[in-house]
Design a protein around this ligand. Structure first.
Ligand code: SAM
Length: 270
């Protein structure tokens, strides 16, 4: 049922004296692979990214940077979550921001805008080849999915230009992750966005960043729930399990979030 038809259906129901919740309960769920998916329980009504004027303005600017690479449906809710997580990270008294997987700088732009508006102290470190996903260290599945070489239509100068207004706190670390971590000299971290698409690089980011997280720090893993990037999920789950840390919280956007507590215990395994 399209959004418009759904709205029409609900309106008719309400006009006839019914309640919205009754109408929603009657909308038939979708069946796929024997699983029931409730298509319209909150979806059409809970899209805060469509109703937040401040977000829409920043998103439009980030979207322009991406030169059409961002599809609204799949990126807009993720961008909204990212922005909210950056705000949450600023509740930590200190620590740098880090992004691994920057491309043209769209998601870095969102977090940098939050950082700048808050007048935050610290640096925002950006790690990427700025020449696309390298072929090194790919699993057979990643090779089959042709991840290597993607996101190559960019240069460090282009991304630097896109983030020029944040030049006083943004630091570029162009090159291969994890090699570029060695000289980065990062101390404490309160916000990390990992959007690097491959399993080995995701693991390297976690190994470098998690020990540097301050109490309350936020990590957003963009690739966690995407079938094409399943290796990112596998290494993430294994890493947190091996470290005895609480796992990440998977979101319906495909992202996963992790909020670091210095004295954390594992989540209960329901
Ligand atoms: C999905 S893109 C990042 C998108 C970006 N966050 C945005 O705002 O649109 C993934 C990026 O990870 C980078 N990347 C992947 N593996 C890498 C590695 N081992 N070292 C450095 N950069 C890497 C690619 O160059 C690419 O720009």
């Amino acid at each position: 049922m399209s959004d418009l038809k759904l709205a029409e259906y609900i309106l008719q129901h309400v006009k006839a004296g019914g309640r919205i919740i009754e109408a929603l309960n009657r909308i038939s769920p979708m069946m796929a692979g024997g699983e029931r998916y409730d298509t319209a329980v909150v979806g059409p009504f809970a899209m805060p990214w469509k109703h937040d004027a401040m977000f829409s303005m920043i998103y439009a600017q980030a979207n322009a940077i991406e030169r059409g690479a961002w599809g609204g449906f799949s990126v807009e809710p993720r961008a909204y979550i990212l922005l909210k997580m950056a705000e949450l990270a600023l509740q930590c008294p200190a620590g740098d921001f880090v992004e691994c997987g920057v491309f043209r700088g769209g998601t870095a732009f969102l977090a940098a805008d939050v950082f700048a508006k808050a007048g935050a102290q610290g640096r925002f470190h950006l790690f990427d080849t700025f020449a696309g996903v390298p072929d090194a260290d790919l699993t057979n599945e990643e090779k089959a999915a042709r991840i290597g070489g993607s996101f190559g239509d960019v240069s460090v100068d282009e991304t630097r230009g896109n983030l020029e207004r944040f030049a006083d706190f943004v630091e570029f670390h162009p090159g291969f992750v994890p090699d570029t971590f060695a000289d980065a000299g990062i101390g404490q971290v309160r916000y990390a966005h990992i959007d690097i698409n491959t399993g080995q690089a995701t693991l390297a980011c976690l190994e470098y960043l998690v020990p540097r997280l301050v109490d309350g720090a936020v990590v957003v893993l963009d690739d966690y729930g995407w079938p094409a990037y399943v290796d990112c999920k596998l290494v993430t789950d294994e890493y947190f399990s091996e470290q005895g840390l609480p796992g990440v919280i998977p979101l319906h956007t495909g992202q996963a979030i992790y909020i670091h507590r210095s004295n954390a215990e594992r989540y209960l395994n329901f």
